[in-house]
Design a protein around this ligand. Structure first.
Ligand SMILES: [Zn+2]
Ligand SMILES: [Zn+2]
Length: 418
């Protein structure tokens, strides 16, 4: 911990909890501060007749930026990368935003706070919630400069605290501890509620933070889960996903990003639970509209949840691979007869995978190729494809008849282009 930075922060930032409208007492009540003070403008009974709430997952590439609107009140969760500031500002303006009741800076990484300085410099902002974790990056310091320039202070996230946003409300879920230099785990997580509809979004919180959220006992079941950390395999642990148990999931990531986000592992978990998926890399800005009872979307979910792991390039055209003639049902080799693949690779998140497209030589051997099938995702790969390592043994099969497996509904991987 850098003492100077701490002192600097302590001088310019007064953490407070002004604006808090109610404090829900949960299992973690001792963590919830009793110093919450009555709100200013947005306080109006929590027992509300829900009105329309819109949640915009703004397409900011490999980053997060989420606008929430209810009854003329606005809130922004993260602001994309440094260069996304103008995009986020103009998007907010296009949605009629003139002021923000809340900004949540989930954690100090550039892809979350980068564009927030432009947002803070442009709009009146009432409350800015950020974790009590400093960073010395230029992006974070620009954010702090904008905060202090506006005469604002940061509000510390206190788990269990509930704030009103128009007719909706949100409750702080995380962070639940000191995560040292694991900035992702410091992410401010919230559960956003409008009538009987709910959304959980926890920035880049990874497995450790997800476990602590589960342990703190707040009900995190929700209709929609903003998938953690852009679909990295280090987030969306199975127990967390099971507890949220969403109908819908949204992944905010950039097309062809260097990290391989979202990972096949995460996509397969979603597919296994039949969760309807939306992706900003494939669909641009995603807008969910809640009337308090049902949620509608500006686009249809992606057709095949487990379809496209990251690091495809726009020039790839895996989906053009033929509508094969009617199928003669022929089975492929069952998994039990095949040597299971070795342990899945889990290191792709810490070091950007080389963002190449084809991992194999692209000479098309026609007859004698053996393809590796994922019976869960219905994708098939060349044996050397890096996604083969992520196929669970129970979903692993092979075939050397390309026409047959296409007729059975299998699609070629866009990375290895088998
Ligand atoms: Zn991120
Ligand atoms: Zn991060």
């Amino acid at each position: 911990m850098k003492k100077l930075a701490s002192v600097f922060l302590a001088l310019i930032i007064l953490f407070g909890s002004a604006g808090c409208t109610s404090t829900s007492r949960s299992a973690s009540s001792e963590k919830a501060s009793s110093t919450a003070t009555a709100a200013t403008a947005t306080a109006s009974g929590a027992d509300s007749t829900a009105s329309e709430m819109k949640v915009h997952f703004i397409d900011v590439g490999q980053a997060d930026s989420i606008l929430i609107q209810s009854d003329g009140h606005n809130m922004l969760v993260d602001g994309g990368n440094d260069e996304d500031g103008a995009t986020v500002v103009s998007y907010l303006e296009s949605q009629g935003v003139e002021s923000l009741d809340y900004i949540i800076a989930t954690h100090p990484h550039e892809d979350h706070v980068g564009g927030l300085d432009d947002v803070i410099n442009t709009f009146d902002v009432e409350i800015i919630i950020a974790p009590q974790k400093e960073s010395t990056t230029q992006s974070f310091e620009s954010f702090l400069d904008a905060v202090s320039h506006k005469g604002l202070s940061l509000t510390a996230p206190i788990v269990g605290t509930t704030y009103n946003i128009g007719d909706a409300s949100f409750t702080i879920l995380s962070p639940n501890g000191d995560y040292g230099d694991e900035l992702n785990d410091w992410s401010v997580g919230i559960k956003l509620v409008n009538g009987s509809n709910s959304f959980v979004m926890c920035g880049d919180a990874e497995e450790n933070s997800e476990k602590d959220i589960l342990d703190n006992g707040i009900d995190i079941s929700a209709d929609v889960l903003k998938i953690g950390h852009h679909g990295s395999s280090t987030s969306t642990s199975q127990s967390f996903l099971d507890a949220v148990n969403p109908t819908y999931a949204v992944i905010s990531c950039g097309a062809g990003n260097d990290y391989g986000h979202p990972t096949a592992e995460t996509l397969n978990k979603l597919a296994a639970k039949d969760i309807k998926l939306f992706r900003t890399d494939e669909q641009g800005t995603i807008i969910a509209t809640s009337d308090g009872t049902t949620i509608t979307w500006n686009v249809d979910p992606v057709a095949d949840t487990a379809a496209n792991p990251g690091t495809t390039t726009s020039s790839e055209s895996g989906s053009t691979a033929s509508t094969a003639a009617a199928s003669t049902t022929s089975s492929v080799t069952a998994s039990s007869e095949v040597a299971a693949p070795s342990t899945p690779a889990t290191s792709e998140d810490s070091t950007p995978a080389s963002a190449t497209t084809s991992v194999e030589s692209s000479t098309s051997e026609t007859t004698s190729t053996t393809y590796v099938l994922n019976t869960n995702t219905k994708k098939f790969h060349r044996s050397g494809c890096r996604y083969v390592k992520q196929i669970k043994a129970s979903n692993y099969a092979t075939s050397d008849n390309r026409d047959e497996i296409i007729a059975e509904g299998y699609e070629p991987c866009k990375v290895c282009d088998p």
